[in-house]
Design a binder for this molecule. Sequence first.
Ligand SMILES: Nc1ncnc2c1ncn2[C@@H]1O[C@H](COP(=O)(O)OP(=O)(O)OP(=O)(O)O)[C@@H](O)[C@H]1O
Length: 270
Amino acid sequence: MKVRFDHVSVALGGREVLRDVDIEVRPGRFLGLVGPNGSGKSTLLRTLYRAVVPSSGRVLLDELDVWRGNRRAVARTVAVMTQDTSTEFDLTVLEVVLLARVPFQRGFGRDTEADLDLAWTALERVGATDIADRPIGRLSGGQRQRVMLARALAADTPVLVLDEPTNHLDIAFQLELMRIATSLDRTIIAALHDLNLAATHCDDIAVLDSGRLVATGTPAEALTPRVVQDVFQVAVDQLTHPRTGHPVLVFDHPPQSRPEPSTHRGEIHA
Ligand SMILES: Nc1ncnc2c1ncn2[C@@H]1O[C@H](COP(=O)(O)OP(=O)(O)OP(=O)(O)O)[C@@H](O)[C@H]1O
C-alpha cells in the first residue's frame, strides 16, 4: 500500500510545527524518518494514524484519505508502535498484544483462534512468549518495547508505523528489530535517531529540520555528510565499512566546540 503525505502542515499550540511536508512512500518500502529533537517526526507520524489533524494538506493510504475515511478503516490499515503503554498498565503482555485485533472484531467481539494465533506468532517473533502472562507495567523498558512491536505485528496491517522503536533496546535486539522490519512485506515508516542504523536498513530516508522536509532519497542520497552536518550541527566523517563497503558516519563535536583531547587516554583512575 502506498502512503502519501500530500503537502502536510500542522499547527500545534498556535505554532506551525510541520510546513508543507510532501513525501510518497511506495508500497512495501521502508522509510526512515530522521531529524533533530523537535523537528516534527512524531507529529508527522501522528497525522498518519489519526492522532494529529493536519491544518492543511492530506494524508493518503492509497486512495483512502486518512482524515476523511472512518477511524476503523484506518485502524485496520495502519498499526503503530509507540512508547506509550500508560493506559494498559494492568494488562498482561498477551492481553496487550491482543488489543491489536480489536479493530477487526465486531462489537464487543471475543478473540478468535485466528486472533490468538496472530498474537502468539508475534510474541514468538520478538522472543517474548515467556513473559506472556506478566503485567506489562512490571516489565523493563526493553521488554515493553518488544511487546509493543509484537502488538504492531499482530495487527497484520499493510502499513506499519514505528516511533523511535529502538529506544531502550540492547544492540542485539535493535538489529533484530530492524531485521524483522526489513523482512516484512509491508510499507513501513519509522522515526529513528540512529542514522547509521537507518542508513543500513531503510530503503529510503526523509530528513526533517524544524518542521520542513530538507532531504529525501536513498540513504546515500539523503544522508550526505553535508546534510547531516547542517541539520544536526555536528561534525561528520564518512568512512567505509571494512566488510560491507557501506558508508558509515562518524560524529564529533562541531569544530568550534570540540573539547581538547584527553592526555590520560587509556588510564583509569580509581
Ligand atoms: N501537543 C503539543 N502542543 C504544542 N506543541 C507540540 C505538541 N506536541 C509537539 N509539539 C511541538 O511540536 C514540535 C515537533 O515535536 P515532535 O514530537 O513531532 O518532534 P520529534 O522530531 O518527534 O522530536 P523527538 O526527536 O524529540 O521525539 C516540537 O517543537 C514540540 O514541542
